[in-house]
Design a protein around this ligand. Structure first.
Ligand code: MTE
Ligand code: MO
Length: 515
C-alpha cells in the first residue's frame, strides 16, 4: 500500500500535484462529505481540518492494509483484490475530478500496477522460503511460488523455513517502505520544481510596500490583533488538500460568457493595466461568533471593474462565475463588482510581497464587504459572466447566493476563562462591518448597563476597527458581552445565528474571573 501511494505521488510530480492518488481520493472525499460533517470538522479542527483528513485517510489505509495482509495468509488473492479496488478508486477519482485531466489518471494507474506487482512479490517472498534445513540435516526446497501451504509431514520444515523467510520478508518489506518514502519525497521535489518560490520573489519586486498604518489603528499592546495581519498569520480557508503551485508562465485568465469581447490574459498582460493598493479586512462565512477567521492585509492588484469595462458586460449578466485552477467555483454578484467605490481587485500582491502560495499565487480575487467564499477565489483561472442560475461549489452545498459580511464584534482581552486581579481592567477587541464601517462598540458586564468603548483610529470602512474599554471588576466570575453598531445605524442583535447559510451573528460573550 505504501509503495503504491509513494509511486503514485512520484508520478504526480510529472503530471499535476493534485493527481497524486492520495490527494485525488482525499479531494473527492471532501466533495462527497455531507455538509454537516464538514461543518463539524471545521469547528473541531479549524485550519488543521485537512491534516486531520489526510492523517485519518492514512490510518484507514493502514488498517485496510493490515486486514488485506491478514486475509492473504494463504493466497495473495484477497490482498490483490483490495489493492486493485483501491487503485481503481484512485483512477476513477482522478478521472472525475474537475481539476484534473485524463492524463492525470496516470499516477493512480502507476500506483495500481506497482502496488499489485510489489504485493505479489512480497507475498511470494513471505510464502516461499528459498531453502531450509530439515532437523535431520537434509536440505529441501519448500513451497510453491505463490502458495503458502506446506504439506502435513513438513511441519518442522515449515517452522524453520518460515523463520528464514520471515526475516527475508521483513527486510524486503522494510526496503519497500523506504523506497516508497523516497518516491513520495521525490514527487514532492518534482512538484516544487515549478519554481513558485523564485517566481514569488520576482513578482515581489513589483509589489509596492504597504502604506504606513495610521497611528492608533490598533490596541495591540492591550490585546487586540495588530491592524495589519502578517501574511504568515492570515487566516486560511480553502478546499485544497495540497496548495496549487502554478508556474507564472503557465498562468492564464480567461474572461468570457456574457461579454462583448472575450479576453485572455497572461500575468504580464495583467500587470500592465492600472493597479490599485487597498487595505481590506477579509472574513469567512463559516466564522463562528468570536472566531478568528478574520484578517486584514493590503492587497495590490488590478480593479475588476476596469476589466469588466474592457470586455463589455452584456445586459442580463448577474454574476461573475469564477473558477480556480483546482476546480473551486464562486459566484460574485456583478452589481457589487461594478460599484464605483467597492474596489474589488484581481490581487497579486499582499502586504508588500507576492501573494503567498496558500493565499492564491499568482492571482486571486478580493472583494471588500463580501464573505470570501463567493468573492475571493484564489489561484484564479477563469471568470465567466453568467446569470445566478449557474450554481457554485458552496451554493450546491446549501450556502447563500449573496452574502454581504454581517456586522460583528469580538472580545480579545480578557481571553475566555482568564483570571485577572479585581479592580480596573481594560477589555479590548475588534469589530467589523465592511463596507459600511463601524460607528460604535459597547460592552457590558453581567447584563449591566452598556458602556461605550473607545474606538481606534479608522483606516477605511473596508477594514476592522479595534476597541477598548476600561472597566471596574469586583472579585468573582463575570460575563462580558460586546455589540457593535455600524454606520448605517444597525446594532448587532443578541440572538445567536449559526454560520449556515450566510454568516453567523449574535453577541460575543466570554466568562472570566477577577481575583
Ligand atoms: N480556489 C479557492 N479559492 C477560495 C477558497 C477555496 O476553497 N478555493 N475558499 C474561499 C473562502 S471560503 C475564503 S473565506 C477565502 C479565504 O482566503 P484566505 O485563505 O486567503 O484567507 O478564500 C476563498 N477562496
Ligand atoms: Mo470562507
Amino acid at each position: 500500500m505504501a509503495f503504491a501511494l509513494g509511486a503514485g505521488h512520484l508520478a504526480s510530480g510529472f503530471t499535476s500535484p493534485n493527481a497524486s492518488p492520495y490527494l485525488a481520493v482525499g479531494n473527492t472525499a471532501i466533495d462527497f462529505t455531507p455538509e454537516p460533517v464538514k461543518q463539524f470538522a471545521i469547528r473541531q479542527f479549524g485550519e488543521s481540518d485537512k491534516l486531520v483528513l489526510l492523517g485519518g485517510m492514512g490510518l484507514v489505509i493502514l488498517l485496510l492494509a493490515v486486514i488485506a495482509g491478514l486475509l492473504s495468509r494463504r493466497t495473495a488473492t484477497p490482498g490483490l483484490v483490495i489493492i486493485g479496488a483501491f487503485g481503481v478508486i484512485g483512477v476513477i477519482a482522478a478521472l472525475f475530478r474537475r481539476d484534473l485531466a485524463v492524463p492525470d489518471a496516470l499516477p493512480a494507474a502507476v500506483a495500481l500496477v506497482s502496488g499489485l506487482g510489489v504485493f505479489g512479490w512480497l507475498h511470494r517472498l513471505a510464502s516461499r522460503p528459498a531453502t531450509a534445513h530439515r532437523p535431520d540435516g537434509n536440505t529441501v526446497t519448500a513451497g510453491d511460488a505463490g502458495s503458502g501451504e506446506t504439506g502435513g509431514d513438513d511441519t518442522a520444515t515449515a517452522a524453520t523455513s518460515s523463520t528464514a523467510s520471515r526475516r527475508t520478508f521483513v527486510l524486503a518489506a522494510a526496503g519497500v517502505t523506504v523506497v516508497a518514502g523516497g518516491a513520495a519525497a521525490g514527487g514532492r521535489l518534482l512538484t516544487n520544481r515549478s519554481g513558485v518560490d523564485a517566481a514569488r520573489t520576482e513578482v515581489g519586486r513589483i509589489v509596492p510596500a504597504n502604506p504606513p498604518v495610521p497611528r492608533g489603528a490598533d490596541f495591540a499592546s492591550q490585546g487586540t490583533p495588530s491592524f495589519i495581519t502578517p501574511n504568515k498569520d492570515f487566516y486560511r480557508v480553502d478546499t485544497a488538500l495540497s496548495v496549487p503551485r502554478i508556474r507564472l508562465d503557465d498562468w492564464r485568465l480567461r474572461i468570457h460568457g456574457m461579454v462583448d469581447k472575450e479576453l485572455t490574459l497572461g500575468f504580464d498582460d495583467l500587470i500592465t493595466r492600472r493597479v490599485e493598493q487597498r487595505t481590506v479586512t477579509m472574513t469567512c462565512v463559516s466564522n463562528q461568533v468570536g472566531g478568528d477567521y478574520v484578517s486584514t492585509a493590503t492587497f495590490t492588484g488590478v480593479p475588476i471593474r476596469d476589466l469588466l469595462d474592457e470586455v463589455g458586460v452584456r445586459s442580463g449578466a448577474e454574476q461573475v462565475f469564477s473558477t480556480s485552477v483546482d476546480g473551486y467555483t464562486a459566484g460574485t454578484p456583478l452589481d457589487v463588482l461594478r460599484e464605483a467605490d467597492r474596489g474589488a481587485l484581481l490581487a497579486y500582491g499582499m502586504n508588500g510581497e507576492a501573494l503567498p502560495a496558500e493565499h492564491g499565487f499568482p492571482v486571486r480575487m478580493v472583494t471588500p464587504g463580501l464573505y470570501g467564499y463567493l468573492s475571493a477565489t484564489k489561484w484564479l483561472a477563469d471568470m465567466e459572466l453568467t446569470t445566478f442560475d449557474k450554481q457554485t461549489y458552496w451554493e450546491e452545498r446549501g450556502w447563500a447566493e449573496r452574502a454581504p459580511i454581517k456586522t460583528q464584534s469580538r472580545i480579545d482581552r480578557p481571553q475566555p476563562f482568564q483570571k485577572f486581579p479585581a479592580g480596573k481592567f481594560t477589555v479590548a477587541g475588534v469589530a467589523w462591518a465592511q463596507p459600511t464601517g463601524i460607528e460604535r462598540v459597547e460592552v457590558r458586564v453581567d447584563g449591566g448597563p452598556w458602556q461605550q468603548a473607545d474606538l481606534a483610529t479608522e483606516v477605511n470602512e473596508q477594514t476592522w476597527r479595534m476597541w477598548r474599554a476600561e472597566i471596574e471588576f469586583p472579585p468573582g466570575g463575570h460575563d462580558i458581552e460586546c455589540r457593535a453598531t455600524d454606520k448605517s445605524g444597525y446594532t448587532q442583535q443578541a440572538r445567536r445565528v449559526p454560520p449556515v447559510p450566510d454568516g453567523a451573528t449574535g453577541w460575543h460573550s466570554i466568562f472570566c474571573t477577577a481575583t
